[in-house]
Structure formats: C-alpha cells, structure tokens
Write a protein that binds this ligand. Sequence first.
Ligand code: GLA
Length: 722
Amino acid sequence: MAIIFNEKEKVFKLDTISSSYMMGIEGQLGHLVHLYYGKKIKGDAAPAGMPGINMAQKIWFMDGNPMEYPAGGCGDFREHCIEIETEEGYTALEPVYASHEITKGKPALPGLPATFAEEDDCTTIAIKLIDAPTGVQITLFYTVFENLDVITRSVRIKNTSDGVIRLTKAMSGCLDIGNEEGYELITLHGSWGRERCIERRKVARGRQGVSVERGTSSHQENPFMALVSPGTNQNMGEVFAMNLIYSGNHVEVCELTNGNLIRMVSGINPYKFSWKLEKDDEFVTPELVMVHSDAGLGKMTRTFHDLYRKHLLRGKYRNIKRPILINNWEGTYFDFDTDKLLAIARDAAKVGIEMLVVDDGWFGNRFDDNRALGDWFVNEDKVKGGLKYLVDEVNKLGMKFGLWFEPEMVCPDSDLYRAHPDWAFQIPGRTPALSRNQMVLDITRKEVRDYIVDSMSKVLSSANVEYIKWDMNRALSDVASLGLPADRQGEIYHRYVLGVYELQDRITTAFPYILLENCSSGGGRYDAGMLYYGPQIWTSDNADAIDRLTIQEGTALVYPLSTMGAHVTDCPNHSVGRTTPFETRGIIALAGTFGYELDVTKISEAERNMIPEQTAMYHKYNDLVREGDYYRLASYSENKVYDSYMVVSKDKREALVTYASVRTIAGYPDPTIKLAGLDEDTVYHVDYLDRDVCGDVLMNYGLPVRHEHGDYKARLYHLTAV
Ligand code: GLA
C-alpha cells in the first residue's frame, strides 16, 4: 500500500518508488505536523518521535515545528498557507486533525485541470482539519503515483459556519525542510522572447521566491521552484520540486527561518485575491505537483515528463505524431489572401509539410493589429471565396488546415466592442490601459463565454478546421467586473482562469478531433494547466535557433519535449536578427513539435530543397523524441560554447544525440560528450561516426563529436542497438 496510517503512533506514511513522505498528528491539540520527505525509508514511526507541545511555551511549537498546512494568527509567524476574515473581522486560524480517508485512485478537481490516473496507478489520502471557532474546514488531498516519485496535492476549504467567511489566501501546499545542507533554489525566469531561463541562487535568510500579478502564469516567472542540495547537477544531488498546475497569478515562496528551516509554499497569488464563502461554500485550490529526486535534476525532469505525458495530456494527439505545420505569421504577417495562402500550401505540400495554419488576420476588419479582435467571422476580402473554399483546396493538396484565434480579447475598434463595451475589463471612471490596442474580455461572465464559444464554433463548423492556435497577447489590467457585486471583485483573477479552462473544455469537447496549441505572445502561458487542454504550447516568439537552445533547455527542465512548439523560421531571425544555417534551425526545432513559419515560396531554392530531408528526419525520429527519456548533456547557457542533449527510447535500443556548436574557438579541442541513459552492455551503431560502440564506452569515455568549422552548427547522432 502506498499510503499507510500507523494508528498507534498517529503517523501517515506515503511511499513512492524511491521517496517517502511522512506527517503525523501531534498528540495534545491535534496539529498536523510534517515529519519527513526524502529518499525512501523503512518503517512507519516518526523518525525523531512526535513533537510535543508545552502549553506554557506553545509559540515555540507553533513557530518552530515543521507543519503541513500552516495558518496564521495563533503563533506561526512564518509564511502561511491560509488566511481568512470572519464577519467580525477576526483572522486567526488553528486547524487541527478531524478525520482522514484513504482511497484508491484520485478524485477530479471541479473546474480545474489536474493529473489523472487509473484506480490501480495511485492512492489518495484526504485529511480533514477543522478550526472549531470559525467553522473553517480544510481537507488536504495527497495522491501518490505508485510508479513515479510524485505526490500531488490540493486543498478544499469549506465554510461550515452560519456566517460569511472571506478567504484571502489559499495555498496549494507547503513543505518544511531542515536547511542543514545549505540548499539552493532554482526557478524559471524570463521575458517575451526569452522565456524560462534557469535561475539558481543560494537560499538566504528571510522570504524569497517568485510571484506573478499579471493574470497569467506569465513569461516572467513560471509556476515552478526546486530546492536542491549544493552541487546538484544533472546526475547527482537531492531535489525537492514543486510545479503548480495553474495558469493565473501564482506565488512560489521559499523562506529560510531563524530556526534554519526552509518553508516552501506555492499557490494562487494572494494579490487582490478575496473569495467569499457563504455557508457550506467550498473553495478548491489548484493542484500542486511535488517531485523528489535523489539523483539530480535529470531524474526530476524525467519524472515530470513521464507524469505529464501519461497523466496530464489528453485528447487524440497526446501520444501521436503531430502534423508538420507551416504557419504564415512570420511569412506574411497581415498581408495575405487566399491566393497567397494557396501558393504557400502548394509549395509546402511538395516538400512534406502536412498542415497549413493561418495565423492572425483572417477575420473581421483585421488588416493590422489595431482592430477587430472579437469579430470572429471570416474576412472575405482576404479569404476570397470563403473559408470553406480555402480549406477544401488545402485538403485537396493532402494537407490539414488550422486557424489562429485570440478568444479572450477585444479591440475598441470592433463590432463586438461597439455592441458590448461593458464586456471588457474596465473600472468606471478610469480610462483602461490598452496593450497592442486591445482589452481583455470579462470572461468571468457567462454571456461573454457563451459568445466566445458560439462565435468560434460557427467558424469551426463551417470548414474542416483541424487545429487551433489559441493566443492571449496581453496582461490583465483595470480588472473590474460589471457582472460581480462589490464584495466579489476580489474573485476576478481566479474566476478569469476558471473561465479560460471552461472555454477550452467546451471547445475541445465539442471538437475533439482538433489539435489545440496554446500561445501567449509566445510562451507567456506555458504551464501544466494549459497542457491539460492542449498537448502543445508555442514555446516562444523567438525562434532563433541559438536563443532557442536556452529557452528549450529551461522549458524541458519541467515540460515534455512533445509539448514544445518549435518552428524553422526565416533569417535574419525576426526577433534577434541572427542568421543561422537552415540545417541548424531544423535540428533545433526537432526537439519540439516541429514545423515551419516562413513563406516557403520566398526562401532560396537551396533551403527549400533541404525541407524534404528535414521532414523525413521528423518522421524518423519523432516517436523517440516524443516518448523517450530526455538527458541534458551540456548547456550552452552555462558554458557559452556548445549545447547537447539526448533522448533514449524506453527500451534503450535507440537514442538521438543533438550537438550544437555555437561558437568556434581556435585551439579549442573537440568535446567528447559523455552520454547517459544507455544500456552499458549494449553495443550501439553510431550513424554519423559509422562505428559500433558499447554503451559503457559511450557513457564513460564519451562520444567524440566532430569539430564544426564555423559558428551555429548543429549535428544529430543516431544510435541504434546492434
Ligand atoms: C502573438 C503570437 C504570434 C502570432 C501573433 C499574431 O504574438 O505569439 O505567434 O500569432 O501573436 O498576432
């Protein structure tokens, strides 16, 4: 059994394949205390005994002991998980154990994305805590995935009193760890065009971490943090990682207390958060994924990848090759019509591209980015002959067809805004801040969500559209809803995220054959919440092959390669002006979903002639890249010279090594890269070297990669068991 309760000692023990998590019920007041998280240990007794309370010194216990779901006001002065306010204005909470239940399987989270599994794959414990004076009931859910080092958590908070309770903070989970090791903190920081760069720092005294108040999970800070022992690298070191399955404002706090204890807390950002709970109302927090690794960051990464591929991604495309697409955005921007699109499709079909995606500009009066968002009807001046004609012609070429939408937005210059100015977020008496000439629709309102679903559905049913790029190009500001009373305005940010989830759920349920790719000015909403609805996300608007090494390294630290939208674009690169070889751009894009974003009729003959070879490589390697185990071998963002990663099939019979030589340095010896994840006794044929080499040699001596003369060169080495 993965979860046991030691009745005598009042200890709960949760076991994954190689980690253990323990908590216990303190004997005097019934506090749920944290006892252990780390490498799997035997036995089910509290490792150092159950902490006791000396009532004359209760604050010593409250403020110094590791806790499972700490609240404020009764002596714990560290970062809390929950804050409330009663009708009288009281804010203190002291939840204590009431009951628990252990069940096979895992309950769904109402209205929220979450991991899922068959009954036999996981076990869940729900521990009920109660704060008698306020009637606040807190149920902590922990699910153990038996074959992965994963524990997921979520919390349900219920008002069992007769009065109204205002919930002002509701975190998804907490982890208290002794800092004897002197831990370091890793987060994923970024901006537009530079998403998810790995940031690492020593944990200092006080509170640190990341937080986002933009309304989306953001380019700036991903909802991820990992605590690592000093010296942790890909292969060694202890890692405690948290990833929040959420797409809105979030916080990841790491506090080093005076008692040399680290408290990690993650959840919805309390910034402008206030949720009204009437009698019997319940609030459900987003799910928090905790991964433990006793063997470095590489093992953590592979655990996240396995979890998300098997227990988060859904739909027709979760386990299959995605069609190789060509997107017209960087190729044409707004300047296209049916003839131009069909010319692109014709040339694309000849070189093995399988789907045409028409990006921004096909609808309403959208000739530039100053107008028409919200008007989801086809612009027949551009799409001459109508959408069905265009799609049918593309289908006749043997290609699929996809379309861009930005459903959550409206431009002041649009029919939609003229008809419903109150549907956009704005505060009466203030002029709302525009961004790219657009405002955010108040999707906390049902009539607005219905409009979006109806108008999108009309387009999607009018032609054979098999892919959607769902974009979201600005942060939320001027947040006020005319649909909510004054005492519920603090619910808007979270209700907005719930609205996004409902919209994507309705569209993917009504059109289950459609492949949904999310996007937010590139990778501004790249999180596990969005991956529940669509199995891929546009990683970054910056498709420069060299910048992508860093962006894709950071993204793949947590999220599977099969989720990373990656395209070959034209040069000089539109984001950074760099020119890289076409071949290199293809190799780097192979690490993701693979596609093109250029006008194939305008690139050089020589480049066009390389595409059939690239599309063939995609078909040859994608099963391996999508499903295999990912190993990071060298990091250009660290060494500033070259980058390397590999993917090994689960049966270890096949592997693909990518080597990118970013800078040529005179006199610099050819690197020999130690491979990983192979079977040490198997002999592999290395295609590029045309040699048979044993796995233990490749992993201990290494793979001598050939010196690439000139900058920005990349090469693939395919290994097959002999
Ligand atoms: C965003 C996306 C781009 C493109 C444009 C269209 O910036 O990230 O890929 O779709 O919008 O306006």
